[in-house]
Ligand binder design. Structure first.
Ligand SMILES: Cc1cc2nc3c(=O)[nH]c(=O)nc-3n(C[C@H](O)[C@H](O)[C@H](O)COP(=O)(O)OP(=O)(O)OC[C@H]3O[C@@H](n4cnc5c(N)ncnc54)[C@H](O)[C@@H]3O)c2cc1C
Length: 430
């Protein structure tokens, strides 16, 4: 067993982990990244389409190109990278246990950054009735088959769910010569980004069927057909609309869930709305010295947002670890004597990250959130009781797009932490 000691240990070497590690290193910490795959880059390595980096790098990159820019920086920065190394345990005292071909590593960390990403929801999550044949797979797995392993999932494809991965795979499989029969979406609106509906479905004449779902999986040992049906406004199946579609592959693009097993092992409390850790404005969890960012914290739309968030987590983790090392603060962390104010979703908002703010604050605080349903004309209102802290201009909102508002320190510092909580609402403007 090998024992190691770092100021900051980053778990996961995707875009979140790499950006966090770079900022932690820049802040003066000793840093290790632990990644279970044989290369850094995370999910970006299989996303060979373009559309990454538009806001962060102001250029349109493919996933591997975006990843490469960070992989090169990590190599140049002198960050220790452990590849093919799987973290299997994490304690609240920030001891990390990991396994690789050489055996077990035990790392003691001044601070931890959780950056393990997320995984796809499978058939079991939505309980589709029917047989259990081969040919039913998640869209991300199909992406890996086609883009990395050069394998073809099937010939006649039905896609359930209009999330971005499903939309991107509809185009990808069409380009590879497969026939995508349609994308079926339970909700009355598409879940993916508008640009993906346009570029991946409309441009290839792939039909999108809203308010429609798969009600039966038919065939064994291989998929032969699926039954689809329309749903009413309560999402109940309308029997007379049932229809059988011959196909050999069903791709599921029905949502992502943060990889939260290690978060739970470390004792951090989870947000029931995001399934990721509850964090404050520094992206600190409620376990001292444990920070979270990227898709393990909440599922992001764009990698650019992941990078910005991770940079913040990496800096905060390094500051925490270095302050602890200098014995400048107690084990309970640098913010213990300040007040906290809860912040959470109000009207039409699904969740906020963070869920608590420390006051007084010296700098503007970025609040991320998503709306629960599409709104054509609405405005963001952030308020504590009757005090308006932020009011945006009317605009359209979609659940697929992650939104951000900046809160001014002057407004929040006037609040009394024990009495007030802040809500983020998106109100329709008639
Ligand atoms: C199909 C698809 C299309 C996308 N298209 C776009 C797009 O066009 N534009 C855009 O901006 N964004 C896009 N995204 C989103 C973007 O890729 C993600 O938001 C981003 O990659 C998330 O980064 P992450 O580091 O949080 O997670 P990941 O990239 O998933 O990285 C997490 C890493 O942690 C590692 N890990 C997990 N558990 C452990 C463990 N126990 N031990 C060691 N390592 C571990 C994993 O192996 C992985 O490498 C797309 C995503 C997908 C899936």
């Amino acid at each position: 067993m090998k024992q190691l000691d770092y100021d900051v240990v980053v778990i996961g070497g995707g875009p979140a982990g790499m950006a966090a590690a770079l900022k932690a290193k820049e802040t003066g910490a000793t840093v290790a990244i632990i990644e279970r795959n044989d290369e850094l880059g995370g999910i970006l390595n299989q996303c060979i389409h373009s559309g990454f980096g538009l806001s962060y790098f102001k250029q349109e990159l493919t996933g591997p190109e975006y990843a490469e820019l960070f992989i090169n920086q990590v190599a140049a920065a002198g960050i220790d990278v452990y590849l093919k190394t799987m973290v299997i345990d994490l304690t609240p005292a920030r001891q990390v246990k990991a396994m690789n071909e050489d055996g077990m590593l035990v790392l003691a960390a001044g601070a931890i950054v959780l950056a393990m990403g997320c995984r796809e929801r499978t058939r079991g999550a939505i309980k589709i009735p029917g047989s259990r044949p081969a040919g039913v797979l998640t869209a991300g797995l199909a992406q890996r088959y086609v883009n990395i392993e050069n394998r073809k999932p099937g010939e006649r494809i039905v896609i359930l769910g209009s999330g971005d991965i499903g939309l991107i795979m509809a185009r990808r499989l069409t380009l590879e010569g497969m026939q995508v029969l349609g994308v079926y979406e339970l909700m009355p609106y598409a879940n993916g980004l508008y640009r993906n509906i346009k570029n991946c479905l409309d441009d290839f004449d792939i039909p999108l069927h809203l308010s429609t779902t798969v009600t039966n999986i038919i065939g064994y040992p291989h998929l032969e057909a699926v039954e689809v049906a329309k749903v009413d406004e309560n999402l109940a199946v309308i029997d007379e609309t049932r229809e059988v579609i011959d196909c050999d592959t069903l791709l599921l693009s029905i949502g992502l869930i943060p990889e939260n097993e290690l978060s739970q092992k470390s004792g951090v409390s989870l947000n029931s709305r995001t399934n990721g850790p509850l964090v404050d404005e520094e992206l600190a969890t409620d376990q001292p010295g444990i920070f979270a960012c990227g898709n393990v914290l909440h599922v992001h739309d764009l990698v650019d947002n992941v990078t910005l968030e991770a940079e913040q987590a990496g800096t905060a983790a390094a500051v925490y670890a270095l302050q602890q090392k200098a014995a400048a603060v107690s084990e309970t962390g640098p913010v213990v004597n300040k007040a906290t104010v809860a912040i959470g979703p109000g009207e039409n908002v699904g969740y906020t990250v963070p869920t608590k703010l420390t006051i007084p604050s010296q700098k503007p605080i970025r609040i991320l959130f998503r709306v629960r349903r599409p709104l054509d004309q609405a405005e963001v209102v952030v308020q504590a009781g009757t005090t308006i802290l932020y009011q945006g201009k009317p605009q359209a909102f979609k659940p697929s797009v992650m939104e951000a508002v900046m809160l001014n320190p002057a407004g929040i510092n006037g609040l009394n932490g024990s009495e007030q909580s802040i809500t983020v609402s998106v109100r329709e403007v008639k």
